[in-house]
Design a binder for this molecule. Structure first.
Ligand code: SIN
Length: 320
């Protein structure tokens, strides 16, 4: 579905992918027993009366890509989303892309897009913690705020806008299962704030470089993408999970280690054996903040990424 007004030259494209922002429940008081990904992107846009005021003359183009609960996000959808973003962003008459997305894997999609999209234009992901049918849904305000960020002249890179905060793809993490401000940028803090229809930047940000295998990610068959799994080191850890993954053909393992990247003794030798068999191992800290400092037993993931984004980066590394 596309709505294009050829009279106006510059456009903001809104790609719908589902999530709670497009979710519906039987009762307005139900914030958890709903079905995500029910309403189309045009419905979401129509539910924001002041949207035109925030567009600074831009025309809106709505496109429904998928209707997913983002817990079920997959590589094929990532690739399709990145392709549509690349398509629209390459057009001189498109200034920005806004993506409506579920909150559950939002940070992973944001990091994937940041790594594979070669553009200076803004890509703004937004979401909701309450379904569209709630008495006071948060989706319309988040969508309005995302539009403000998309149209801001200083915006660039992949960002997440939720509850008035602008997060970078690198730092953002979902930190709460139901609160409206469910995202945090941890110790780096948000890139900025949306206030009264304007943006207050606090960090214009140094954007990470596009990944060397971005083109492969956009064009290769996802069925051939390497299998990269995530593991955590914890009390009572058991090496059999690593052995089973290696036997089943895993190509990469991202281990969330304890503290400064230490790994349970039961896992350490299994990880070394996996490495000896050609599996690439990356280590992150399972701590919510900070990153591994100094020398660790295995190579550490770049940029202090959390374990899920480190999986994205290792997946892209292995695409080579
Ligand atoms: C989802 O991630 O699609 C469902 C949960 C949410 O959007 O908050």
């Amino acid at each position: 579905m596309q709505v294009v007004d050829a009279k106006k030259s510059q456009k903001v494209v809104v790609l719908g992918t589902g999530g709670t922002i497009a979710g519906t429940a039987a009762s307005a008081s139900d914030h958890t027993g709903y079905t995500a990904g029910q309403l189309g992107v045009q419905h979401l846009l129509d539910a924001v009366p002041a949207l035109q005021d925030s567009l600074q003359g831009h025309e809106l183009v709505g496109e429904q890509l998928v209707q997913l609960d983002s817990k079920d996000m997959d590589h094929a959808t990532w690739q399709a989303l990145a392709q549509r973003c690349a398509h629209w962003l390459a057009r001189p008459d498109v200034d920005a892309v806004v993506i409506t997305h579920g909150t559950d894997t939002l940070e992973e999609t944001a990091w994937f897009l940041q790594m594979v999209l070669d553009t200076n234009k803004p890509v703004v992901l937004t979401c909701a913690m309450r379904p569209a049918t709630a008495l006071a849904p948060d989706g319309p305000q988040n969508l309005l705020d995302a539009m403000v960020v998309a149209c801001d002249p200083l915006s660039r890179g992949v960002m997440v806008v939720c509850a008035g905060l602008i997060h970078s793809a690198r730092a953002v993490q979902k930190v709460h299962p139901y609160r409206l401000d469910a995202f945090s940028s941890g110790e780096s803090g948000p890139r900025g704030f949306v206030e009264q229809g304007g943006v207050r930047w606090q960090d214009l940000g140094v954007l990470p470089k596009v990944h060397a295998h971005a083109r492969t990610a956009l064009t290769s068959n996802v069925a051939q993408w390497p299998w990269v799994a995530v593991l955590h080191s914890h009390a009572g850890s058991d090496a059999r999970q690593i052995q089973a993954l290696v036997a089943a053909g895993v190509k990469g393992l991202v281990m969330a280690g304890t503290g400064n990247g230490t790994v349970h003794e039961k896992l350490a030798s299994a990880l070394s054996e996996a490495q000896a068999q050609g599996v690439v191992v990356r280590l992150v800290s399972r701590c919510a903040q900070g990153q591994i400092v100094g020398k660790a037993a295995f190579s550490t993931a770049p940029l202090g990424l959390n374990v899920f984004k480190a999986r994205v980066s290792l997946l892209l590394d292995l695409l080579g």
